[in-house]
Design a protein around this ligand. Sequence first.
Ligand SMILES: [Mg+2]
Ligand SMILES: [Zn+2]
Length: 244
Amino acid sequence: MPGKQLVVFDFDWSFVDQDTDRWVFEVLSTELRRLLQTRKSAGTGMQCTPDVVNDTMRDLYEQGFKKEDILEALRILPFHPAMKRAVTSLQSRSKDTTFLCLSNSNEVYIGTILEKHGLSGLFSEIITNPAHWNPSAPDHLIIERRLPETEPPHGCSIGCLANMCKGDELDNYLKNNGGKDSFEKIVYIGDGGNDFCPLLRMRSKDLALVRKGLELDQRVKEEGEKEGLKLQVKYWEQAWQIDE
Ligand SMILES: [Mg+2]
Ligand SMILES: [Zn+2]
């Protein structure tokens, strides 16, 4: 009998076919989309994503955009029907599969998109940046860091942003859910540079499904051997290949 399997999804450009942070501004305001970009590449070019999104979200609120505008932008974000088919069919034929979402987006974005597509119950846990509507200004979305600035830094040397080390997050999840060895196999679907760190924590029997031509693809090829990447790697371009 096959053992338990864990399927870990990055969200932007992996589970969905867009970058949630950019998309909301692209839908609502070209000016703020540009400002987000400018802020992101300021200084070292390594600005903490939830910080710049939070700053730009405040501008969006001050320009008079409403909660419903933001929610509607999220509901029309591209999500491939084949990805929905892939996860719902795997879920129905394999009761031993657990789905985990590990993302540098935020709770409100991910929750809204999953609800729109009837997938609110898919993930056993969603590890991401906290977000909430400002109680004294209900149209203002506040986004915070997963790892607050007041906490000691995560100390990861693989290049994770200050707000979240995805490798540490995966390790903690596994520790709290029976340990790594309670899963026969771990599958990780990702595309971004920050998906490289968790792959280094995985075993030779695990599998990475890496989206072709993006930053993770590049890091696996350039740094994989040097950093001791053990797991199997397969490449994909479109959601139907994940279904396969
Ligand atoms: Mg991504
Ligand atoms: Zn890390």
